[in-house]
Design a protein around this ligand. Structure first.
Ligand SMILES: Cc1cc2nc3c(=O)[nH]c(=O)nc-3n(C[C@H](O)[C@H](O)[C@H](O)COP(=O)(O)OP(=O)(O)OC[C@H]3O[C@@H](n4cnc5c(N)ncnc54)[C@H](O)[C@@H]3O)c2cc1C
Length: 416
């Protein structure tokens, strides 16, 4: 009985999307619309971080703005319209190498041809007393671009002195009447770049409170006071504010992928512009990626590319299996560059010789268009002639040095 209880269910999909924020939903919409069997696994609320913000004014297409939740509900409706299955569960493990990828939740192993990681991140917290009570739309915010307008004519505080803290504090002065900045360092010392520091010093709306950390967040329904503590003297400094912005770092949700997927030193996943990670068939999109701007609009762009590339990867895998791996007899593959005159000339030679050997299948890979198919065969992507038998590469002849005589001799051998 116990053994049976431990048995996990297995479900098969074309695409598994991990994370149901703006990036994951968009990736799922693209994959679902490409008629791929797609599941999106989300551990809490579909919609991700954007659902925590009251108003999103900078996402194009909504001139009157929208609530974060309202916007993300539209995303979810659209994903479901394209038959995306939404599963509420936490992904606890992954096996991503190889053709079949496995995404594990407590009860089920999801097998997939392609995986899209869209697990986003979370802002780092101070850990001070009362913090949890005022998070997001109760007075503690993490995004000046998103929430600054709400504090027009009001007084706010920024915690931190890095690039984000100082630059966002300067941005906030366009809206707020006064911006306090709590800095842990001695007077005049900031972690931000020199240009930002200089601009900050000249901004009369900024008021630095040096040598301080947050001791407590206080208020009834909303935050109304930040109690700072001087790290040198221990003095408690209550400051009345309408809101407080934390810029003490952001933590990507990437623990699951450590040691498997390449990340930068801060734990963000490194991708190329195609959203490809270091593992073929595994893509990453949205805030979880190493990139310059973390917003809904950029998460959507990433998600669209990841969904599109997953579809292309699966189509290519199927073509590869059909054209190469599953072919039993002798086969010749010509990796050619149509812009190279020598390649065009050799193509004619190969085709003429093969007319005498109809038992040999000829496939062509245009390496000018893309190298991925050649790479799947273990080649470099440079023009060459490849001999395959029983789905296995037996010889690679590089284009330089290739003569009609050599080709004829090899084709005879292959046919024998
Ligand atoms: C308070 C606030 C206000 C903001 N306001 C704006 C704004 O006005 N305009 C704007 O453009 N941007 C705004 N942003 C930024 C915007 O929310 C993000 O850029 C966007 O949500 C990124 O989307 P994402 O899909 O990459 O990640 P997320 O939205 O973070 O979604 C990731 C999802 O993955 C899930 N997940 C993580 N790990 C797992 C796991 N192991 N298993 C299953 N699921 C998992 C999480 O639960 C989460 O739902 C704001 C951010 C904050 C914090």
């Amino acid at each position: 009985m116990h053994e049976k209880m431990r048995e996990k269910k297995v479900e098969n999909y074309d695409v598994v999307v991990i994370g149901g924020g703006a990036a994951g939903m968009t990736a799922a919409i693209y994959a679902g619309r490409a008629r791929l069997k797609t599941i999106m696994i989300e551990k809490s609320l579909p919609g991700g971080l954007a659902t925590y913000t009251n108003e999103i004014e900078n996402y194009p297409g909504f001139p009157e703005g929208n609530t974060g939740l309202g916007l993300m509900q539209l995303f979810e409706r659209q994903a479901k319209k394209f038959n995306v299955k939404v599963k509420l569960a936490e992904v606890q493990g992954v096996e991503l190498e190889g053709e079949t990828k496995v995404v594990k939740t407590f009860r089920t192993d999801y097998h997939a041809k392609a995986v899209i990681i869209a697990t986003g991140g979370k802002p780092r917290l101070t850990g001070a007393k009362g913090e949890e009570k005022f998070l997001y739309d109760k007075g503690i915010s993490f995004c000046a671009t998103c929430d600054a307008a709400y504090y027009t004519g009001k007084e706010v505080m920024v915690i931190g002195s890095g690039d984000a803290a100082i630059e966002e504090a300067i941005f906030l002065t366009k809206f707020a009447s006064k911006v306090y900045i709590s800095v842990i360092h001695d007077v005049g010392i900031m972690d931000a770049n020199k240009v930002a520091q200089e601009q900050a010093r000249q901004n009369e709306k900024l008021h630095f409170i040096w040598n301080t950390v947050v001791e407590e967040f206080a208020g009834s329904e909303r935050l109304d006071t930040v109690i700072l503590k001087n790290v040198k003297t221990g003095e408690r400094i209550p400051v009345k504010v309408d809101g407080c912005f934390l810029f003490i770092g952001y933590l990507p949700n990437t623990d699951l992928f450590r040691g498997i997927i390449n990340m930068n030193e801060r734990g963000y996943i490194i991708t190329n512009e195609q959203m490809e990670t270091n593992i073929p068939g595994v893509f990453a999109a949205g805030d979880v990626r190493d990139k310059v701007l973390r917003q809904v609009a950029t998460a959507v762009g990433d998600g669209a590319i990841a969904g599109f590339m997953a579809e292309r990867y699966i189509a290519e895998s199927e073509y590869f299996a059909r054209e190469f791996r599953e072919v039993k007899g002798p086969q010749l593959v010509f990796c050619y560059d149509p812009t190279d005159a020598r390649c065009r000339e050799m193509m004619t030679v190969v085709e003429a010789i093969l007319q005498k050997h109809p038992e040999i299948k000829l496939s062509k890979i245009d390496v000018y268009k893309g190298k991925s198919m050649a790479l799947r065969l273990g080649l470099t992507g440079d023009p060459c002639l490849v001999l395959i038998h029983g789905g296995r590469v037996t010889e690679v002849l590089a284009l330089p040095g290739l003569t009609p005589e050599l080709i004829e001799a090899r084709i005879k051998q292959l046919a024998a």
